[in-house]
Design a binder for this molecule. Sequence first.
Ligand SMILES: [Zn+2]
Length: 360
Amino acid sequence: MILKHFKQILLPVDVRIHKGALKHVPKLVSRYDLKNVIIVTGPKTNEIAGKKVEELICSSNECKSKKFIVKTASRETAKKIEQEIRGDLGEYDAVLGVGGGKVLDVAKVVAFHSNALLISIPTNAAHDGVASPLASFKEKGMPISIKAASPVSIIADLEIIRNSPVRLLRSGYGDLVSNLVEVKDWLLGVEKIDEDYDEIVASISSMPAMLLLKSADELDFRDSKYLKLLVRGLILGGLAINMYGTSRPVSGSAHKFSHALDYLGYGRGTHGEQVGIGTIIMEYMHQHYYGEGDWELLKYSLEKILAPTTAREIGLTKKQILEALMYAKNIRPSRYTILEDQNPGKKDFEICLEKTGVAK
Ligand SMILES: [Zn+2]
């Protein structure tokens, strides 16, 4: 059988990214023959979209729903929902996650454990977790990432996402643009330690960011054209994880830096804000050591959308940033990045922070 040499990938079959996309929700009922679904949403996102989704699902009279409003997103919350539905396990066809990343993470875990379809209905675009098969939580202040369900459908209503806090959209761009430097790290692994590589996955990860970067001069997420590119890029980032099987295509040195901030208790920015700043730093390092990249353009594009580009803007001192950069080498050392390849010292980072203006 030659088929065994191919990778089987679970790709979503219905993905909508446009204004008014919620109207497709009733179609999902017939498409998947849904009879009984769980809706997982948050207190705010319930008002914004949860109630509407519930109404749309039930409008057909063929499908019943049970709604859970999640206040704190954790593994514990997912477990509580699973316990509550245990008696009816197997009766639920789908879990609909309606909310931001944290709500979706809980929905992903519940869907995974109850063997139900996952339908992702994001209300913001703060990172690439919308379509990824991983759920991230914080436990005792530390970030953890666990295996979860992949969405069978994604309904991203741009009208709802456009009205989400602008800080989250800026964060989403920070996470997306990091893919450029993370793929460069991956290529280092390929070159230096003979790691596996997949050009298709790498392109899926980095091309949307390239496209947005090309329009750095006009970047504005109030403009639907750019908002759609952002949401599409983040969804593709999640799919790249799904296709490759690990977060390798979207997570390298910039993410190690952000995780280091979290581990050290300095994680005051959002994931995307921290990763965005990490991207400026690591892009500078790539340019410095290998002559490839354009950290100034990356920084300019982040400034253009008013995303933070300095330590001060995410409440950190130069000393804390330096500590995190040195600590970043301890995060997942098996994932080869510029940090492992060049082992930059404190002095190297100091020069980088000075030159890039991240911390003076
Ligand atoms: Zn990320």
